[in-house]
Design a protein around this ligand. Structure first.
Ligand code: ADP
Length: 258
């Protein structure tokens, strides 16, 4: 309720009483909240239709393979790659609002890194069929982390490697065991990042000027979120890059002893 209290004066300006006006502003407040959280609400609303679109496309793909209709399956593969990109963007928007409102929590459980990488390769190859994605990971690597969130980190790192490299180049995901941790590197042969820009990469909304034109789409939140997620796992993302040569993004996760 909003309360306005003002003096009531007579013709000579003397105060002879007070007027109180009480207004119910519940609707207004709710409207303001909705406006403030517009992107979050929109992202939530978009999630359901995109998820069902993705499921229908999968069904269509299975059918097109069964009837051996190559043209149809090519078209559906392309549609599928767009739904994967949209889902990843929506997840980033939702994560951004979670981070900004200190609502990002991680759910740490053991999972197979090899399985997560297989899922990721499958999606990345759908989104970017012209790239060769190579995984060098020892078998049976089980880690203790939040699988969905680490999936987002890797999707963003591999997505960037694809976005900032030329077609037909190789992107490598290397895993190496160091003590009781596994170090994961995403390596590309792309445009690289200058030492000066490397310092700003993980800031919210930061984009390197040369890449902020229309050629490469992006909002500058992927690396910020990746860094926040790894911070919640008590780790750090490191970058090693040379302009014109390529980049390497690395982070470590705790291993589960075999
Ligand atoms: P976005 O890619 O949406 O712009 P990110 O936060 O993921 O946002 O990345 C921030 C910026 O860092 C990018 O705009 C790009 O300039 C640069 N960048 C990120 N990854 C790479 C990479 N693998 N190679 C070259 N530049 C990169």
């Amino acid at each position: 309720v909003s309360l306005t209290i003002s003096p009531v004066r007579d013709l000579n300006g003397r105060i002879i009483g007070v007027s109180k006006i009480a207004r119910d502003i519940t609707d207004k407040k709710q409207e303001e909240e909705r406006k403030k959280n517009f992107v979050t609400i929109l992202s939530h609303e978009l999630k359901t239709p995109i998820t069902s679109m993705h499921a229908y496309i999968q069904l269509g793909l299975a059918r097109s393979l069964k009837i051996e209709d190559q043209t149809l399956s090519n078209l559906l593969e392309r549609a599928k790659s767009q739904t994967i990109k949209m889902t990843s963007m929506i997840n980033d928007f939702l994560d951004l609002s979670r981070v900004e409102e200190n609502r990002m929590f991680i759910d740490i459980k053991p999972f197979s890194l090899n399985e997560l990488l297989l899922e990721l390769i499958d999606e990345s190859q759908t989104v970017a069929p012209k790239f060769y994605i190579e995984v060098n990971c020892p078998p049976l690597i089980n880690v203790l982390a939040d699988k969905d969130k680490i999936g987002c980190v890797l999707t963003n790192l591999v997505g960037n490697a694809i976005k900032y490299s030329k077609d037909s180049t190789t992107i490598k995901i290397n895993c190496s065991i160091i003590g009781n941790t596994v170090k994961i590197d995403v390596v590309d042969q792309g445009i690289g990042i200058s030492p000066e820009n490397q310092k700003k990469l993980f800031k919210r909304f930061f984009r390197v000027n040369d890449t902020s034109d229309n050629k490469v789409n992006g909002l500058g939140i992927g690396l910020y979120l990746a860094a926040e997620i790894i911070k919640l796992h008590e780790g750090e993302i490191k970058v090693n890059s040379r302009l014109g040569k390529g980049s390497e993004f690395s982070f470590t996760l705790p291993l589960i002893p075999k």
